[in-house]
Design a binder for this molecule. Structure first.
Ligand code: NDP
Ligand code: 2IT
Length: 453
C-alpha cells in the first residue's frame, strides 16, 4: 500500500483495534484500488477512503425475551447502515453466537461493493444478533424475532433499509420478523426480502445465491472453453447457499462429494445425488439436525468431526476440480489452499462471504486459479432480493423462468464487469481486483455526485 492508504488504514486499525475481520475486508479493497486512486486525484482530495470505511450509521440495541422456561434472556442486536450512495441500505441479518460489531462491519462493507456490482440500485448494510437459534423451539425463535423487530422496525422501511436472511435467518425467521414489522408499522410493504411466496416473496430467491454462484463458475469455465459437466466439486456448509449450490452443480451434470456443518463434514465418493440432497434438505430445513446423520443413512459416506484446533480442514483435502466454500468466513486458510491446489482444484468460487484468508487468496492468485471472490460470486442472492423489491413495488410476481433468466443475465454481467475492470487496470483475469475496482468506482462516483453527506 502507498503512504496515504497506509495512513488511512492505520487509522482504521487504531480506531477499532479488535475488528480483525473488518480490517481484513478493508485491507483487501484498499490494496486493489490503489491504481484507481492514482488515476483519479479527486478521490484522495475528497477523502473518499476515509469516508467509505465509516458506516453512515450503526444501531446497537438490547433484545430481551423470555425462553420456554420463562427465563429472561438478553441478546445484542445490530444494524450497520454502511453506505446509501446507490440506493437504500440492503443486506441480510445473521443470527449466530459469533455476531459482534466487527463481523457486522465486515459484512456490511463487503455488501456495499457486492450490491454495486448487481446492476441494481441498492446501498449496503448488514445486521443481526448474537442469538443462537440451535436447540431453540419455534416459539422461542418467534419471540426472539419479535423482540428483535420491536427495536429494528423504527430504523428500516421499504425505501430506507431492507433486511433479508443470512446465517441462521431463513424463511421461518423472515416470517416472524415480517409479522412483527407489519403489526408495529401498520403497513404491508416489501420491507424484508426472502419472504414466502404467498405474501410477497419472489420465486428463485431461496435458490438465488447458490444458483448464482454456479452460474458465475460456469462463466469462468467458459473463458477456458470448459463447463461444470463432469467436474468433481467440494462444497462446504449445508444451509441455504450450500444446498442450492449443490443442486445447480447437479443440474449442470457436475458431481458433489462433500457437505458440512459446524460439527463436521461428510465425504461421499459416490457423489451426493438428487435423492441424497433431498435428504440433506430434510435434515437441515425440517428436522434441523446434524449432517452426521447423512453418514448414518448412506454407509459409503465418511463423516469426520470438526477439530477446531487443527491447522487445516480435511474437507479441502480430497481430489477434486472445483471448490465452493458456502459456510462462513475464513474457512479456507493458507494450508487448506495449498491442499486444494495439490489435489488438482483449479476453480474456487465463493458462495460464502470472505471464506478465504488473505494467505489463501494470495495462493489462488499466484497459481492463476479461476478464483471468484464472494462479493462477485454470491451476489445472486441480493440481486434476486432486488428483483423481489421490484416485484413488490409493482404488486406483481414474475414466473420462475423469468426470475431465473434475469439472475443468469446479472451473473453474466457481473462476470463481464469484473473481467473488464481487471483488464483496464492491468490485472487480466484477476476477479478480486476486478470486483473491488468496479464496485468501488460505482459507489465513490455516486458519493462524489452527492456531496458531503
Ligand atoms: P445457513 O444458516 O443457511 O447455513 C450456514 C451453514 O454454514 C450451516 O451448514 C452452518 O452449520 C455452517 N456454518 C455457519 N457458521 C459456521 C462456522 N462458524 N463454522 C463452521 N460452519 C459454519 O446460512 P447461509 O447458507 O445463508 O450462509 C452461508 C454463507 O453464505 C455465509 O457466509 C453468508 O454470509 C453467505 N451468504 C448468504 C446469502 C444468502 O442469501 N443466504 C447471500 C450471500 C452470501 P451449522 O448448521 O452447524 O451452524
Ligand atoms: O450476504 C448477502 O448478500 C446476503 N446475506 C443476502 C442479502 C440480501 O439482502 O438478500
Amino acid at each position: 500500500m502507498n503512504t496515504t492508504k497506509d495512513a488511512i488504514f492505520e487509522r482504521v486499525m487504531d480506531r477499532d483495534p479488535d475488528q480483525r475481520e473488518f480490517h481484513q475486508a478493508v485491507r483487501e479493497v484498499f490494496e486493489t484500488v490503489r491504481p484507481v486512486l492514482d488515476r483519479n486525484p479527486a478521490y484522495r482530495r475528497e477523502a473518499i477512503l476515509e469516508r467509505i470505511v465509516e458506516p453512515e450509521r450503526v444501531i446497537v440495541f438490547r433484545v430481551p425475551w423470555a425462553d420456554d422456561q420463562g427465563q429472561v434472556q438478553v441478546n445484542r442486536g445490530f444494524r450497520v447502515e454502511m453506505n446509501s450512495a446507490l440506493g437504500p441500505y440492503k443486506g441480510g441479518l445473521r443470527f449466530h453466537p459469533s455476531v459482534n460489531l466487527d463481523i457486522m462491519k465486515f459484512l456490511a462493507f463487503e455488501q456495499v461493493f457486492k450490491n454495486a456490482l448487481t446492476t441494481l440500485a441498492m446501498g449496503g448494510g448488514k445486521g443481526g444478533a448474537d442469538f443462537n437459534p440451535k436447540g431453540r423451539s419455534d416459539r422461542e425463535v418467534m419471540r426472539f424475532c419479535q423482540a428483535f423487530m420491536a427495536e429494528l422496525y423504527r430504523h428500516i422501511g421499504p425505501n430506507t433499509d431492507i433486511p433479508a436472511g443470512d446465517i441462521g435467518v431463513g424463511a421461518r425467521e423472515i416470517g416472524y420478523l415480517f409479522g412483527m414489522y407489519k403489526k408495529l408499522a401498520n403497513e404491508f410493504t416489501g420491507v424484508l426480502t426472502g419472504k414466502s411466496l404467498a405474501w410477497g416473496g419472489s420465486l428463485i430467491r431461496p435458490e438465488a445465491t447458490g444458483y448464482g454462484a454456479v452460474y458465475f463458475a460456469a462463466e469462468m469455465l467458459a473463458t477456458r472453453n470448459d463447463s461444470i459437466e463432469g467436474k468433481t466439486c467440494l462444497v462446504s456448509g449445508s444451509g441455504n447457499v450450500a444446498q442450492y449450490t449443490a443442486e445447480k452443480i447437479l443440474d449442470l451434470n457436475g458431481r458433489v462429494v462433500t457437505l458440512s456443518d459446524s460439527s463436521g463434514y461428510i465425504y461421499d465418493e459416490e457423489g451426493i445425488d438428487r435423492d441424497k440432497l433431498a435428504f440433506v434438505k430434510e435434515l437441515k430445513n425440517i428436522r434441523r439436525v446434524r449432517i452426521s446423520e447423512y453418514a448414518e443413512r448412506y454407509s459409503q459416506a465418511v463423516y469426520r468431526e470438526a477439530e477446531p484446533d487443527r491447522l487445516s480442514n480435511p474437507l479441502w483435502d480430497h481430489p477434486a476440480d472445483c471448490a465452493f466454500p458456502c459456510a462462513t468466513e475464513n474457512e479456507i486458510n493458507g494450508s487448506d489452499a495449498a491442499h486444494l491446489i495439490h489435489n488438482g482444484v483449479f476453480l474456487v468460487c465463493e458462495g460464502a462471504n470472505m471464506p478465504s484468508t488473505p494467505e489463501a487468496v494470495d495462493l489462488f492468485l499466484d497459481k492463476a486459479l479461476l478464483y471468484a471472490p464472494g462479493k462477485a460470486a454470491n451476489a445472486g442472492g441480493v440481486a434476486v432480493s432486488g428483483l423481489e423489491m421490484a416485484q413488490n413495488s409493482m404488486r406483481l410476481n414474475w414466473p420462475r423462468e423469468e426470475v431465473d433468466h434475469r439472475l443468469k443475465l446479472i451473473m453474466k454481467s457481473i462476470h463481464q464487469t469484473c473481467l473488464a475492470a481487471a483488464a483496464e487496470y492491468n490485472t487480466p483475469g484477476n476477479y478480486v481486483a476486478g470486483a473491488n475496482i468496479a464496485g468501488f468506482v460505482k459507489v465513490v462516483n455516486a458519493m462524489l455526485d452527492q456531496g458531503l453527506v
